[in-house]
Design a protein around this ligand. Structure first.
Ligand SMILES: [Zn+2]
Length: 240
């Protein structure tokens, strides 16, 4: 008869681990104050207040926890610099005007208005999602794929939704590269406005995104049977 292998853990080491764990728990405990009144906090929202949008985001994230946004961004046919840029956007690390002002790279008098809509301040959420130009671009892309959606409230929720959507095998890489092409094209258009005084043209920008998606697909899959023209203009037939 074989005796199962048993690992003997010495008691002091076990206790040491428990002490370290306890210290970690205590470190994260909120500071209690006898003067402050108890109140309810909605943890799905960083501000602590309840909102339908934060509930939706929480539900979307909860619904499919196995979907990994990082995997979608890094295991992608987009060029490396585009993957890196998209990762920065996902992690809220873009060098927008409002960010540069906050860290004093731009002085406080410098304009931080969004160069795409020229209405609101250029924050990361605005530039990646809520700017009317950007919102239209995302909507165009969803329409291109013949889908209907409600624009999520954050880039995190958007990427999560995107990563969870499944198409047939040959089409899936094409679908996964779309959000990266959108974010990259927005940044390129924004820089064109900033450095070359260009004015962004929504339909032209949407065509540029489709073209990038098609070219990156053709570059990655040399034997892909569809042409750039097919991908840009006849996606509905390819998808079937
Ligand atoms: Zn804008």
């Amino acid at each position: 008869m074989r005796i199962p292998f048993c690992q003997v853990v010495s008691e002091p080491a076990w206790e040491e681990e428990e002490v370290i764990r306890l210290q970690g728990v205590l470190r994260d405990t909120p500071v209690l104050s006898a003067e402050a009144e108890d109140s309810c906090l909605w943890l799905a929202n960083p501000s602590g207040s309840y909102s339908v949008a934060s509930t939706w985001k929480w539900w979307v994230l909860l619904k499919d926890p196995v979907v990994d946004v990082a995997v979608m961004l890094w295991k992608n046919i987009a060029p490396p610099k585009v993957k890196f840029y998209s990762w920065l956007a996902w992690k809220d690390r873009l060098k927008t005007s409002s960010f540069l002002k906050r860290i004093r790279v731009l002085n406080m008098e410098a304009s931080s208005v969004c160069l795409l809509c020229r209405i609101e301040e250029e924050t990361i959420n605005h530039l990646t999602l809520s700017c009317p130009v950007v919102w239209n671009l995302w909507s165009d892309m969803v329409k291109w794929w013949d889908l209907v959606w409600v624009l999520p409230g954050s880039i995190e929720a958007l990427l999560h939704w995107w990563a969870g959507f499944k198409f047939k095998k040959v089409i899936q890489p094409m679908w996964k590269v779309v959000p990266l092409a959108v974010m990259w094209s927005i940044w390129k258009a924004r820089n064109d406005c900033l450095f070359n005084d260009k004015i962004v043209d929504g339909p032209e920008l949407a065509e540029m995104v489709k073209l990038r998606v098609a070219l990156w697909c053709k570059q990655s899959y040399r034997d892909l049977q569809y042409s750039v023209e097919d991908i840009v203009n006849n996606l509905d037939r390819i998808k079937v």
